[in-house]
Design a protein around this ligand. Structure first.
Ligand SMILES: NC(=O)c1ccc[n+]([C@@H]2O[C@H](COP(=O)([O-])OP(=O)(O)OC[C@H]3O[C@@H](n4cnc5c(N)ncnc54)[C@H](OP(=O)(O)O)[C@@H]3O)[C@@H](O)[C@H]2O)c1
Length: 290
């Protein structure tokens, strides 16, 4: 039977990776906020997630089986400087959406983050305790805990890793790196920050898999390799065939940022791999997208 899936924040970087994933067994819908999008295959609606009544009206109109909740303030430095706004959007508003879906029997998938961890005990399994060290990670963890406490067995918490991809309309760190390197400019990359990065297209497939299987509870959707930001950047130079010396190795402490950065929030995603989640290797995926 075809499932209707509503994706909040379809206009964002991850959301764009759901384009062309509208198969016969599912019908995708999306929401945007300040950046209107019009995709050929995904009907999208305006929505401020702080407006629960508008969300309820949308649920009434679409009648989705599943909501994949991507919409968020996703920049940790912005969140650190605007904690009240972060709490209002990433925690309070999100929790109202979870409650609305619970009351209507709609499966809710919450896009959380590897940044709910402090970076001291990687690779992290779903069983380890959260201990975020910046506002963004702490607010995401707060929403996770409340959802688990109030609606155990009803909600899916999908902890997403650092993602990369190529999207002109929703650029991310890879876009800036590639543009700089192609222009012959240097970039700085941390040698002491490790992640299990994944291509956002694979993560989108992982989220759709969780929707299809109605897999509740906590799931890690990390990539298959633990890698430093520096090593990732070197892989990019290889693909672009540019001088690796353009990548300047730096330490986290060398660059001042509003939000504290954990050293290693690599995820152990074996549980999702066993379910069928199959993110590609970085070199493989970079070859595909660059
Ligand atoms: N990208 C990553 O590497 C990464 C890693 C871990 C977790 N995540 C999580 O994955 C999700 C998607 O991330 P992303 O990189 O796609 O973020 P993004 O590019 O910043 O996109 C954020 C999305 O949220 C929407 N949004 C923001 N505030 C809103 C509000 N008040 N009401 C309604 N919509 C609002 C934006 O809409 P408009 O643009 O239309 O305003 C946009 O569609 C987030 O929950 C993020 O925390 C991302």
């Amino acid at each position: 039977m075809s499932k209707k899936i509503l994706i909040t924040g379809i206009s964002g970087f991850v959301g764009h990776h759901f384009i062309a994933k509208n198969y016969s067994n599912r019908q995708l819908f999306g929401t945007y906020h300040q950046n209107k999008v019009q995709f050929e295959d995904i009907l999208s609606y305006p929505l401020a997630i702080t407006d629960t009544d508008a969300f309820l009206a949308l649920l009434e109109e679409i009648k989705p089986d599943t909501v994949i909740h991507l919409a968020a303030l996703s920049n940790p430095n912005y969140c650190e400087n605007h904690p009240e706004n972060c709490q209002a959007v990433n925690s309070a508003a999100t929790f109202h959406l979870i409650t609305a879906c619970h009351n209507l029997g709609i499966h809710f998938i919450f896009a959380s983050t590897d940044l709910v961890f402090d970076g001291k005990n990687a690779p992290y399994t779903e069983k380890q305790a959260t201990n975020g060290i910046m506002t963004y990670g702490m607010d995401k963890a707060k929403t996770e805990h409340l959802a688990e406490l109030m609606y155990p067995d009803q909600v899916t918490i999908a902890r997403l890793p650092l993602q990369y991809g190529w999207c002109e309309t929703a650029p991310n760190f890879l876009t800036n790196w590639v543009n700089a390197l192609k222009a012959g400019n240097t970039i700085k990359a941390f040698t002491d920050e490790y992640r299990t990065a994944a291509w956002a297209g694979d993560v989108a497939d992982g989220l759709l898999l969780l929707a299809e299987k109605e897999a509740k509870g906590i799931w890690h959707l990390g990539g298959p390799e633990r890698m430093s930001r520096y090593d990732f950047a070197i892989q990019v130079t290889k693909l672009l065939n540019v001088d690796p010396a353009l990548v300047i190795p730096v330490l986290q402490k060398d660059i001042e940022m509003a939000a504290a950065r954990p050293a290693d929030v690599s995820l152990n995603s074996e549980k999702a791999f066993k379910l069928g989640y199959a993110p590609g290797l970085v070199a493989e995926r970079l070859r595909m997208i660059l």
